[in-house]
Design a protein around this ligand. Structure first.
Ligand code: FMN
Length: 201
């Protein structure tokens, strides 16, 4: 049974463009994978804790040496890693914040990039055989040919860090000028074709 892990990031909930696009992705994915399982990890509703000293102590020592604080910190990471390991397809729906990604998504990444767990000590990504779709809602237009195309640090970063843990089959849907319905802005449906292509790829 195919499995989809959906990472929601935007705190704007019902008003969010990226959430509308991930909902469209999930709808299309369900249509293509009838009996598939969809797991949602909502980083706005439960913000992952930032990496701290107990987390670092836990990530680089065997479990039998963990303090109670390290064990608790690593248990959160282990849960997030297990969700990702179980997924065949990962979809991340995120806004762009200050040319990059929101801190909550970075916190999730810091939990799932684990030496010896998702990337080997020889720097080989261990989460192979998965697909990922990254939907990035932005206020500006960072598409090909835009004079500010290079300002977009989110796409390259997410592609690189997913590749680092072995997820190299990545499609990025850049939903530029999708400011959730104001006058003159792109309708969310505008990106439906890109979403369908990402599901079919
Ligand atoms: C704190 C903050 C920072 C933002 N930074 C950028 C930015 O650097 N570039 C951009 O084009 N849009 C920026 N935006 C606009 C959002 O990326 C845009 O409105 C996006 O569609 C929001 O996605 P959402 O509706 O899913 O929350 C920013 C918005 C906020 C709240």
């Amino acid at each position: 049974m195919p499995s989809l892990l959906t990472i929601e990031v935007s705190p704007r909930l019902e008003s969010s463009t990226s959430r509308k696009l991930t909902a469209l992705f999930v709808q299309e994915w369900r249509a293509a994978n009838g009996d598939g399982r969809v797991v949602v990890r909502d980083l706005a509703k439960t913000v992952p804790p930032f990496v701290d000293a107990p987390w670092i102590g836990g990530a680089f020592t065997p479990p039998e040496q963990h303090s109670p604080e390290s064990a608790a910190a690593i248990a959160i990471s282990d849960d997030l890693v297990a969700e990702l390991q179980a997924a065949d397809h990962l979809v991340i729906g995120t806004p762009m914040y200050n040319f990059s990604i929101p801190a909550s998504l970075k916190a999730w990444i810091d939990h799932v990039v684990r030496v010896g767990v998702t990337v080997s000590t020889a720097n080989v990504g261990l989460l192979t055989g998965k697909k990922a779709t990254v939907i990035i809602a932005t206020g500006g237009d960072f598409g090909p040919g835009s004079p500010v195309e290079g300002y977009n640090l989110a796409s390259g970063y997410l592609r690189q860090v997913l590749g680092w843990i072995g997820i190299t089959d990545v499609r990025i849907v850049l939903a530029g000028r999708a400011r959730a319905g104001g006058e003159g802005e792109m309708a969310v449906e505008q990106f439906g074709g890109d979403i369908r292509m990402a599901v079919a790829a």
